[in-house]
Every structure is written in structure tokens, then in C-alpha cells.
Design a protein around this ligand. Structure first.
Ligand SMILES: *[C@@H]1O[C@H](CO)[C@@H](O)[C@H](O)[C@H]1NC(C)=O
Ligand SMILES: *[C@@H]1O[C@H](CO)[C@@H](O)[C@H](O)[C@H]1NC(C)=O
Ligand SMILES: *[C@@H]1O[C@H](CO)[C@@H](O)[C@H](O)[C@H]1NC(C)=O
Length: 320
């Protein structure tokens, strides 16, 4: 019995061990994943805008219906022309001369994103309120315009900075004493804050996603239009948290079921073991009783033996 118990408990421990990493792991890099997946989708849809590709002209793309509210545009450029001439205007961006990319490509495509009302969904920033939509500027290899899943090129301004002139920015929520700041998300999800260079203008030396934010007023429901930002924020964070939570629930439920089954098996096994033990005992007792009676009462052997054999069955039914 001891040996079987030990192997059972080893089995239980093994199952717990196998379940654990699956319950815990999805928590790790879920922060930047949705935004990076969005970049991949928007690259694909922006490239579709090139019907008759001409260099240096912005082509507005269409997003899939489930992303309505996001604007995209794409511009194809020769690498040399970008470096020597820059781009006077590409939506809100002004790209100076001296911009380089790595690895070198002959032609590149700049993809512009305006995340509109999806800004807080993909770039939640607790403690801050967005005064402008998130704008993205990313660079890709422009040799093959049907390519999907392209990695971004490294892309930086080596001389003057790239200027981002946001249009009309929202007024800051009542109760927020801080000054607006430029926010920059790089492709790894790193956030940096810099000062504005004018009322609605930010500078950057690298690609990524940009906006203007202000610190949110201390928690007391503000009565300004910025209220709309908070439900989006909570919705997005719960969306991000959902994955690990679902995994944990599934893991716990699965583990619970396994434990219940194992426990039931254990009870069944113990009951059978007890039953077998008891039968053996009773048989042994019956056999010796039979033998005694046989010697004692010669002709009455058969009925006595039958009576003792039915007894154990009755007892087992009661104890089980
Ligand atoms: C953004 O607005 C569009 C309609 O203009 C809507 O379909 C979409 O659901 C909105 N997105 C969010 C995250 O609210
Ligand atoms: C750019 O794409 C072209 C065509 O797919 C490919 O031949 C070239 O190697 C790519 N360049 C880089 C740096 O990935
Ligand atoms: C961004 O911020 C981090 C710290 O938060 C800092 O180490 C890094 O140098 C900053 N990068 C730039 C380009 O300002």
C-alpha cells in the first residue's frame, strides 16, 4: 500500500509541475504584442495602396473594417533621395535631409499610421491623458510591394530631427496642473517623454509612435471630454490581462478535475483493496470454520458451509 501511495503522489506532483509553466508564462511579454501585431497588419494594408507606385507620393490605404478609425498612408522612396532631399511633408511629419536606414535598401517605404480613437487601446499609458492621437512612422524594405510580415528597418535622422506637427490638440483635462509632453514609444515598447518645441510640435531622431500627453488629474471623475479616454483605457488593459487570466482559470479548472479524478481513483482502489482483504479474511475464517464443523457434524456439512459463504457478501454490502 505504501508503494502505491508514493507513486500516486509522485504522479500528482508531476501533473502539477507540468501544468505550472503553462499557467504562468503568458504574463510576460503581452504588453507590446498587440501593438506590434497591429504594425504588421498596417504594413500589409498600407502596401496595398500602391496601385501605380510612384516615388515620393503618399498613397492613402484602407484598413480592414474591424480597425475602422485608423488611417494609414505609404510613401515609396529611393534611399539616396531620402538621404539627400528628405521629405517636405508626409502627413504630420517633416523629414529633413540626412536620414539613414539599416540595413541598406535601394528603395524603402515609409508607413504612416494615425491610430485615432484606437490610441489608448494599443498604447495604454496609465496616469496620462492623450491630447492627440498616436501617430506612427515606420520604415520597410520597398523592393517587393506584395511583401507581408516585413521587419522594420532601423531608421534615424543623422543631422536635423524629424518634426511632427500635430494638428489641433485637445485641451488638457481640468485639474491637471502639469504641462503637456511629447511621448515616444519605440518598437520595443520603451516609452520616452520629451518637451514640446511649440504648442503642438514634437521632434524625434528615430521611428516609432508619437503623441502629446498630459498627466491625468488625481482620481476624481473629471467632467471634461477626456472622460472618453478612461473607459477605453480600462477596456484595453482588461483585454491585455484577459489572456493570462483565462489561462489561469483553465489551468486551475484542469488541475482541479485531475485532482478529483485521482482522488476518486484512490478511494476506489482503497475500497477494492479493503474488500479483497476482507474476502480473504472471511474465506480464511470460513474455511477454518468449515473444517471444524466438518469434523464435528458429519452429515450437516453442506448447509453450514452455505450459510458461512453467504455471510461475507452481506457484510461487504453494509461496510461499502
Ligand atoms: C473608433 O471609431 C469607429 C467609428 O468611427 C468605431 O467603429 C470603432 O469601434 C472605434 N474604436 C474604438 C476602439 O472605440
Ligand atoms: C529587400 O527586398 C528584396 C526583395 O524581396 C530582397 O532581395 C532584399 O534582400 C531585401 N533587402 C533587405 C536588406 O532585406
Ligand atoms: C529613453 O528613456 C530611457 C529611460 O527611460 C533612457 O535610458 C534612454 O536613453 C532614453 N532614450 C532616448 C533616445 O532619449
Amino acid at each position: 500500500m505504501g508503494l502505491q501511495f508514493r507513486s500516486l503522489s509522485i504522479l500528482v506532483l508531476l501533473i502539477c509541475f507540468l501544468c505550472w509553466p503553462r499557467v504562468g508564462s503568458p504574463l510576460s511579454n503581452s504588453e507590446t504584442k498587440p501593438a506590434r501585431a497591429l504594425d504588421t497588419t498596417l504594413q500589409e494594408y498600407a502596401y496595398r495602396a500602391f496601385f501605380h507606385p510612384r516615388t515620393g507620393i503618399p498613397f492613402d490605404g484602407l484598413v480592414p473594417p474591424y480597425l475602422t478609425g485608423i488611417e494609414i498612408s505609404a510613401m515609396r522612396l529611393r534611399s539616396g533621395s531620402l538621404f539627400h532631399r528628405g521629405v517636405e511633408t508626409f502627413k504630420e511629419f517633416k523629414i529633413p535631409i540626412g536620414v539613414r536606414e539599416q540595413p541598406y535598401v535601394e528603395r524603402l517605404v515609409l508607413v504612416y499610421q494615425n491610430l485615432g480613437n484606437w490610441s489608448t487601446t494599443y498604447y495604454p499609458l496609465p496616469g496620462y491623458t492623450y491630447l492627440a492621437p498616436i501617430l506612427g512612422l515606420l520604415a520597410y524594405n520597398g523592393s517587393d510591394l506584395s511583401a507581408t510580415n516585413l521587419p522594420e528597418l532601423e531608421f534615424w535622422a543623422s543631422d536635423d530631427a524629424i518634426a511632427i506637427k500635430f494638428g489641433q490638440i485637445r485641451s488638457k483635462p481640468e485639474g491637471s496642473g502639469s504641462h503637456p509632453k511629447c511621448v515616444w514609444f519605440d518598437l520595443h515598447g520603451q516609452v520616452n517623454f520629451t518637451d514640446l518645441v511649440s504648442d503642438n510640435q514634437c521632434l524625434t531622431y528615430e521611428q516609432g509612435h508619437f503623441s502629446i500627453v498630459v498627466e491625468s488629474p488625481p482620481p476624481s471623475p473629471p467632467a471634461t471630454p477626456e472622460v472618453s479616454a478612461s473607459p477605453e483605457e480600462t477596456a484595453s488593459s482588461s483585454k491585455l490581462d484577459n489572456m493570462p487570466r483565462v489561462c489561469a482559470i483553465v489551468g486551475i479548472a484542469g488541475g482541479g478535475i485531475i485532482l478529483v479524478v485521482l482522488f476518486a481513483l484512490l478511494i476506489l482502489w482503497a475500497w477494492r483493496y479493503k474488500k479483497r482483504k476482507r474476502i480473504q479474511e472471511l474465506e480464511r475464517a470460513a474455511n477454518s470454520g468449515e473444517a471444524l464443523r466438518m469434523t464435528r457434524v458429519g452429515s450437516m456439512r453442506v448447509p453450514y458451509a452455505m450459510a458461512t459463504r453467504t455471510m461475507p457478501d452481506l457484510e461487504i454490502d453494509f461496510t461499502a
